[in-house]
Design a protein around this ligand. Structure first.
Ligand SMILES: [Zn+2]
Length: 113
């Protein structure tokens, strides 16, 4: 397993995940978080970063947006896009096996994408 430590560029930081507006920081949230990224060959790969919360005028206290993943997802955008593409071209069981995720997870990823 490979864990890559990342952080958003300055202009991508402190943004509300719903309206993308820049917001004042609130707190450090639940600390560091991991997102499943596309495998490196057969090796599982994860991105790890701080997941601070921001206080949005319109949406309240929310976990700040990150450029590599959708809101409320434990997977990177690229991972989810690949799952969605595969789901269109093959069946859910094949997608789950190839991507090494639970069958039900395929469904929730498709809903987000
Ligand atoms: Zn907002």
């Amino acid at each position: 397993m490979v864990i890559v430590s990342v952080r958003p560029q300055a202009r991508e930081r402190d943004r509300c995940p719903h309206c993308r507006r820049r917001c004042p920081g609130y707190d450090w949230g639940e600390g560091r978080r991991r997102w499943r990224a596309l495998d490196l060959g057969t090796t599982f790969c994860y991105l790890e970063a701080w997941a601070p919360r921001v206080s949005c005028r319109e949406h309240g206290v929310v976990v700040a947006a990150v450029p590599w993943a959708r809101h409320d997802s434990g997977f990177t955008r690229a991972f989810e896009d690949q799952v969605a593409w595969l789901a269109v071209h093959t069946n859910k069981t094949a997608v789950a096996e190839l991507m090494r995720i639970a069958w039900r997870t395929v469904g929730s990823i498709i809903l987000r994408v």
